[in-house]
Design a protein around this ligand. Structure first.
Ligand SMILES: Cc1cc2nc3c(=O)[nH]c(=O)nc-3n(C[C@H](O)[C@H](O)[C@H](O)COP(=O)(O)OP(=O)(O)OC[C@H]3O[C@@H](n4cnc5c(N)ncnc54)[C@H](O)[C@@H]3O)c2cc1C
Length: 421
């Protein structure tokens, strides 16, 4: 086991926009080493690959990274599942699964994130009938309060409360995920989708491929780009039109400038290299950025998008890009898609903390009528008083955390501020 140099501190999140206050960062190699750290630390939390934009993972004591945990993925062909060490990155897992003839149902835009860090915050890709990444979890091993090890599966009573756990229940050491047979996909990019066409029938657009992402700067009469990921039936020829919903094939399908994104232009390829937007071997997104994201019931899409378009002139100067994606409803207590088919409205901002904080408050006010839930891993202004009414199982989640973590070893300022637990 290695421990980071305390004198240098733990460092920052991936974007460099948040500096951790924790004193030590541990890299255990075995389950027993994780238990040992938890047994002796009064303040301890898991750290994933640091791709969140807030203080969710932080505390004033010990952080534990599972990046070095020794465990090769174990595929169970009969159950169609894979069990992995919690710190494995999605991109590494995806290529392993592809080589073995299996697939995950979806991935986030970046393959760089850890499995446990992603499922703990309800990270999602896109697709009208596709749940977020947490919905693929069928089993967890957690080192909980005082170093106790618990293993749970979907049959356990509180399982649905444990998956989107926000690190509050302990350190997830193993995750079991549902698999399906490997499949091929193609990606096609289109430019200038008229807002009127989208708002005329949002579902027609978002259901027109396995995964649809819509990019906008909130100005003008068209959205800048549509990104479609289509599942291919083996052996079947596949074509996509030059014009789709009034949008035209994008010129960036051919430009080498966009080399951090996965292969587009309709070229067939494995799911593992088409579902993520970004390539594992390149820097995703921009790097120098802040992200915020809100989830609303899809039935409110037209009105909520209208409210945001009305703020276009305020938003655009500070924005890099906004992305709209769909997520299927689920029953995980703390999932942002709990109980409702969801539209995710994500903002990638320039690294301008003051402007982003101001705009987050304004956007939350503009969306208030549509009951927005924040992305747990991104920046938001809402506090526990605003968040609590949005999660009907929050009290159960708090009780679960009290039971598994009687000494409050995993609690931090974020959980108190945002959930009041
Ligand atoms: C460029 C970029 C693109 C992104 N794209 C998307 C996207 O497409 N969709 C989306 O939904 N989000 C997206 N995000 C947000 C990101 O997916 C989430 O913030 C995710 O939680 C990051 O995972 P991580 O491994 O970095 O976890 P961290 O940020 O390190 O930790 C997140 C939380 O998980 C907890 N945690 C981590 N590991 C464990 C563990 N082993 N046991 C218990 N708790 C644990 C931490 O304590 C913390 O509370 C993006 C972020 C970036 C920077």
């Amino acid at each position: 086991m290695t421990v980071s140099n305390a004198a240098r501190g733990v460092g920052t999140n991936w974007a460099g926009t948040y500096t951790f206050t924790a004193k030590r960062l541990h890299y255990p190699r075995t389950l027993d080493e994780v238990r040992e750290i938890v047994s002796r630390s009064p303040r301890v939390r898991a750290l994933g690959t640091r791709h969140s934009f807030n203080d969710g993972a932080d505390n004033d004591g010990d952080l534990v990274s599972l990046a070095d945990l020794e465990l090769d993925p174990v595929i169970d062909p009969a159950a169609s599942t894979v069990t992995v060490a919690a710190g494995i990155r999605y991109g590494v897992l995806a290529s392993y699964l592809q080589q073995n003839g299996y697939a995950l149902h979806n991935m986030g835009s970046l393959p760089h994130i850890s499995v446990a860090g992603a499922v703990s915050t309800g990270t999602h890709g896109s697709g009208d009938t596709s749940g977020n990444l947490s919905t693929a979890v069928s089993g967890l091993e957690i080192v909980s309060g005082r170093g106790a090890v618990i293993s749970v599966t979907r049959d356990d009573r509180d399982f649905e409360g444990m998956v989107v756990g926000l690190g509050a229940l302990g350190i997830v050491t193993r995750v079991t995920l549902d698999l399906q047979p490997s499949f091929d996909m193609r990606q096609d990019l289109y430019d200038d989708l008229p807002w009127d066409t989208l708002l005329g029938d949002v579902a027609a657009v978002t259901s027109s491929a396995y995964s649809v992402s819509l990019f906008t700067n909130w100005l003008g009469e068209s959205l800048e780009r549509v990104w479609m990921k289509t599942k291919l039936e083996r052996g079947e020829p596949s074509t996509m039109p030059e014009v789709l919903f009034g949008a035209h094939r994008s010129s960036i399908e051919r430009e080498a400038d966009y080399d951090n994104i996965t292969v587009r232009g309709g070229v067939p390829g494995p799911w593992s290299e088409r579902l993520p937007h970004f390539r594992l071997d390149a820097t995703p997104s921009h790097g120098d950025e802040i992200q915020t994201e809100y989830f609303i019931d899809r039935s409110n899409a037209v009105d909520a998008l209208g409210a945001l378009r009305a703020m276009g002139e305020q938003i655009a100067p500070h924005l890099r890009v906004a992305e709209l994606r769909t997520v299927a409803s689920d029953s995980l207590w703390m999932s942002p898609a709990y109980g409702r088919d969801t539209l995710g409205i994500a903002f990638t901002w320039k690294n301008e903390p003051d402007a982003v904080a101001r705009l987050a408050t304004l956007i939350e006010a503009a969306l208030a009528a549509y009951d927005p839930r924040p992305h747990w891993g991104k920046l938001f202004a809402m506090d526990a008083a605003a968040v609590a009414p949005k999660y009907e199982r929050l009290a159960d989640f708090g009780a679960l955390a009290d039971r598994l973590d009687p000494d409050r070893q995993f609690r931090n300022e974020y959980l108190e501020r945002v959930l009041g637990i």
